[in-house]
Design a protein around this ligand. Structure first.
Ligand code: NI
Length: 176
């Protein structure tokens, strides 16, 4: 998920190419990470670096063409968080609207309705299992990134009218 934020980043790190709307990889369901090992740690580092370069707050495997169930989240003032093979255990009935963007759909910002809070289980890059409760912006970003693992984009969560309006706008931008 994109967010209007500024963060410094280190040089000499691997920056992955972010795929954008229209690339079929964004529409596929990601597969579980079979083994959490040194390669996974390398992927996590590259995802986080790419997230910082893109000035985003969340980035999922499919967004860099990696169809694995893995995403990273780093919202302002929080610590970076890594979610591997996540399961959403609970989402609140209470929903809330919040402005979202996506590094794979640049330049689009729109209010999206989602559950306000959640409980998620996942593994981190060290292979440690954890359960996390989240609400506010953290919950928002986790839900947005989790959707990427299912091939779902935030524009899918809008009314058809609103989605078509946005798609038309994107098409116009691409032609310009
Ligand atoms: Ni996104």
């Amino acid at each position: 998920m994109a967010h209007k934020t500024k963060r410094e980043t280190a040089e000499n790190r691997e920056t992955l190419e972010i795929v954008t709307l229209g690339n079929d990889v964004l529409r596929q369901k990601a597969s579980p990470v079979a083994k959490i090992n040194a390669e996974t740690a390398r992927i996590v580092e590259a995802l986080l670096h790419t997230l910082y370069v893109g000035k985003g707050v969340g980035l999922a495997g499919p967004q860099v063409g990696l169809l694995q169930r893995i995403f990273v989240v780093h919202v302002d003032k929080d610590i970076p968080r890594v979610f591997i093979n996540p399961s959403l255990l609970e989402t609140s009935e209470e929903t809330v609207k919040y402005e979202e963007g996506c590094l794979s759909i640049p330049g689009v910002w729109v209010q999206v309705l989602r559950p306000k809070a959640l409980r998620i289980h996942a593994w981190n890059e060290k292979g440690r299992s954890f359960t996390q409760d989240a609400d506010g912006i953290l919950a928002r970003v986790i839900l947005h990134e989790y959707d990427h693992l299912e091939g779902t984009l935030f524009i899918d969560r809008l009314s058809e009218t609103k989605r078509n309006r946005i798609l038309a706008k994107i098409e116009k931008q691409q032609r310009a």
